[in-house]
Design a protein. Structure first.
Length: 298
């Protein structure tokens, strides 16, 4: 039996397209742009073709086309027109829509095709910053509103991880150009959100620096081992949910007191780092809000 989500509520459409449910109802009633199914209690339900059509209509509308004009276009003409008007600005929005459709239908082929088109026009870093990051942020909101299930999130995240690993491997072929400092990347115990850290590793490698990637669920004592082999270390940790709000300052203090020395420093990034009270810690601790901010600080 297929578990692919193929029927959506109007609230799902609002979350996926960014168009208010009230506006969707108006477009539907006045211009007949969508063809919903109805339950016995007269609740609107929409299939994947309706979702795809709405995403295309949304792009055209944001590009200046009036709904009254879009409604007169044939079913085949709408996606053709979308492809014709895609510019550098709209290319990103169209790619994100395609990735969302791929996620909703567990469609690996659509993901790969969309990614290949992006990579033909942009560098991998541009794809990540311009498309993958906004997509990941949207996915978080879609998950919180029950528009998607955890399986959708894991599916699309795994495919993005594949691409990061592929690009990282290309960088690892060459020896580091800068060897006077090593960057050790890891996630704390019970932290599993690894994608951002993986991309930071790629970015540092691509700039010719030496990295050691430890991955997820690393206890503090494991970090001490690196001090036996390297003199100048920058530890980088991505904290999304762990350590939690009540423990994070104690964790950073432990890092400061037991891991760092005159030649070592600690960089923290991620949602959980908002709860770090920087006044409690030494200048060897640096907090970053954005990945690009961290990378530019190399």
């Amino acid at each position: 039996m297929s578990n692919v989500k193929s029927v959506f509520s109007i609230k799902d459409l609002e979350n996926l397209s960014g168009i208010k449910a009230h506006t969707i109802r108006i477009w539907e009633k006045r211009y007949n742009v969508l063809e919903p199914m109805r339950t016995e209690t007269n609740i609107r339900l929409y299939d994947l073709s309706n979702l795809q059509k709405l995403l295309n209509i949304t792009l055209l509308h944001r590009h200046g086309y009036k709904i009254s004009a879009i409604s007169k276009l044939s079913k085949e003409r709408i996606p053709e027109l979308v492809n014709e008007i895609v510019t550098d600005k709209t290319f990103k929005n169209q790619a994100i829509s395609s990735f969302k459709l791929a996620m909703m239908n567990f469609d690996q082929t659509l993901f790969m095709t969309t990614y290949s088109k992006l990579l033909a026009e942009k560098s991998f870093s541009e794809v990540f910053y311009d498309v993958f990051l906004p997509l990941i942020n949207e996915i978080g909101l879609l998950w919180q509103t029950d528009t998607i299930s955890p399986s959708h999130e894991h599916f699309i995240t795994y495919l993005i991880k594949q691409k990061i690993l592929s690009e990282t491997e290309k960088q690892q072929v060459s020896a580091p150009l800068v060897t006077d400092r090593v960057y050790v990347l890891y996630l704390p115990v019970n932290e599993i959100h690894e994608l951002g850290l993986m991309f930071i590793n790629y970015e540092i490698l691509s700039r010719g620096y030496h990295t050691i990637y430890l991955g997820s669920n690393i206890p503090t004592f494991c970090l001490k081992d690196l001090k036996r082999y390297f003199d100048n270390i920058t530890y980088i940790s991505y904290m999304t949910v762990e350590p939690n709000k009540s423990e994070i300052n104690s964790y950073v203090t432990e890092i400061d007191n037991t891991i760092l020395n005159d030649t070592a420093e600690f960089w923290a990034i991620g949602r959980a780092t908002h709860f770090i009270d920087m006044s409690l810690h030494s200048k060897k601790i640096t907090r970053f809000t954005l990945i690009k901010e961290l990378v530019d600080n190399l």
